[in-house]
Design a protein around this ligand. Structure first.
Ligand SMILES: O=C(O)/C=C(\CC(=O)C(=O)O)C(=O)O
Length: 306
């Protein structure tokens, strides 16, 4: 029987017909944070999910990639698919080597499944600590997962709110594989980018040379806007000082991604072309942009490519 899903009330679908960016990404650019959702009829959403999204298929993702001038994707497993990675893996397999993946796995995952995920292009697992997205997972379970993935050379992507960093920091630093932080650890951008809260985040980044950061999601973090809509070239300027500090201090460990199809936004859905136009605000030189969009993601996800 075909699964029929009703979207979470108020759900905003991704922006159809995005503009063509004025900023042209360098050749070989990687969108290092995006998702596929279903389609639900083919890849049902997980029973334990906290939201039910619209469909967002691999073909639509690849069409956006080409339209925006990107070459590759890193497809991150979203919580609405739980630990069933089949939609993400299907996208990786269909990409012809142009997509890598970040999976969700439980401690009981079989060796055969891990090997299959690796062969499909998975290079990391995601630990999500955002309470509206997941139920709390015992730290021992996460430890067990780390032990299982270490032989594959994978990293751990961590998603958390700024207020939770103090409690989680020691646990994060005890994970013996590279860490990749989602969305800059979700800073409160009404605070001073040179103040103690973002200072604590930067200190965490300084604690180890293998902690990476995605300077993503200005549309989620911005308070002042204006939204990336209607040709707006100065969108989300309140996020710029935060992202730019990270890019300038850690130029070799930053990644950028669209976050398409932008789950759980409630205010507006950005035009992805204008999101690409945000990049020069946070990475002001061609050299920084090349590291952010090409060198860094290639080193992390395609280390063997020419
Ligand atoms: O809802 C958010 O804050 C952002 C998400 C969703 C998510 O993390 C998930 O569903 O797994 C993201 O960027 O992937």
């Amino acid at each position: 029987m075909t699964a029929i899903f009703e979207k979470t009330p108020g759900w905003l679908d991704w922006y159809a017909g995005p503009s063509r960016p004025q900023f042209r990404p360098p050749e070989g650019a990687v969108d290092a944070h995006c998702h596929v959702f279903g389609p639900g009829a083919e890849f049902p959403f997980a029973p334990e999910r906290k939201y039910t999204p619209c469909d967002a298929s691999k073909d639509q993702l690849f069409e956006l990639r080409d339209h925006l001038g990107f070459a590759r994707n890193v497809v991150v497993q979203a919580t609405c698919h739980g630990a069933d990675n089949s939609a993400m893996v299907d996208a990786l397999r269909a990409s012809g080597g142009l997509a890598r993946g970040v999976a969700t796995v439980r401690p009981g995952v079989s060796d055969a499944e891990l090997a299959e995920l690796h062969e499909a292009g998975v290079r990391g697992v995601r630990f999500n600590f955002v309470k509206r997205l997941v139920d709390t997972v015992p730290q021992q379970d996460l430890w067990d997962v780390v032990e299982r993935i270490t032989p594959y050379g994978w990293h751990v992507v961590i998603y958390f709110e700024a207020a939770d960093l103090a409690d989680l920091r020691d646990f994060f630093l005890s994970i013996p594989v590279p860490l990749v932080i989602d969305h800059m650890g979700r800073p409160d951008v009404t605070k001073d980018p040179h103040g103690p809260e973002f200072g604590a985040f930067l200190d965490f980044m300084r604690a180890r040379p293998d902690i990476w950061c995605k300077v993503t999601c200005p549309e989620r973090l911005s308070v002042s806007g204006p939204p990336a809509l209607d040709e707006e070239q100065r969108a989300y300027l309140d996020v710029v000082p935060f992202a730019r500090r990270v890019v300038e201090e850690f130029p070799d460990r930053v990644l950028w991604g669209t976050d398409w199809p932008h789950p759980n936004l409630t205010d507006h859905m950005p035009d992805d072309g204008l999101l690409v136009d945000f990049i020069p605000h946070i990475a002001p030189t061609p050299k920084l942009r090349h590291k952010l969009l090409v060198d860094n993601p290639m080193r992390l996800y395609w280390p063997d490519a020419d």
